[in-house]
Ligand binder design. Sequence first.
Ligand code: HEC
Length: 187
Amino acid sequence: MSILRFSMLAFCLALPVSAALAQANLNVAQYSKSNELWYPPNLDTWIQTGASIGGEYNDKPFDPQHPGTVGVVQMEPTAYRYFREHKRYAEGTMFLLSFYQAESKSDPQLPGFVQGALLSQEIHVLDKSRFGQEGHAFFMFPTPDQQMASALPPGNVCVVCHMEHGKFNGTFAQFYPTLRALLGLGK
Ligand code: HEC
């Protein structure tokens, strides 16, 4: 194949991705007819943005011997690419927070905790065209085999805390090292 033909092919293959990114509406999230969010496929390809330990939503004091859960935050990859380029979220951006049992290492016997079984997952979708003024919807997937979830009603506790304390557009970007560096919120 000539270099010209090869570069035209490469251009054509690249076009759909950049065109989709230029529209800034990712359309990756899939919904049922009654507006439930389908559990997204290929979550293993999502980009990890942050991790926390013992971050359950309750007032119990943190117990270092029994830290509870390890929380892992991931971002849908096309949303991450858009964010990386534009330093803002595209409509349709999805974040996933997965809670794993914090398990002490048994072999080799070292201090600290690793990710045990997956306990539950939550998804935050940012999309003004779909979720009106608020522009944020929160979905709970309490068991990994749940196929779809309805958005929690507007004004829910999730959106209230996220909008008040999340430092970037209702997300806790201040706790996600790559995102906060791109936004100039810290190292
Ligand atoms: C009291 C404050 C608070 C409430 C209420 C809350 N969150 Fe969060 N959320 C956080 C913090 C802090 C993080 C940062 C990551 C971590 O701590 O694990 C976070 C991160 C997330 C993320 C990762 C993406 C992002 O937006 O930063 C998702 C998804 C999420 N929460 C879903 C939910 C859902 C669903 C609910 C309601 C059932 C909820 N949250 C309620 C404080 C809160």
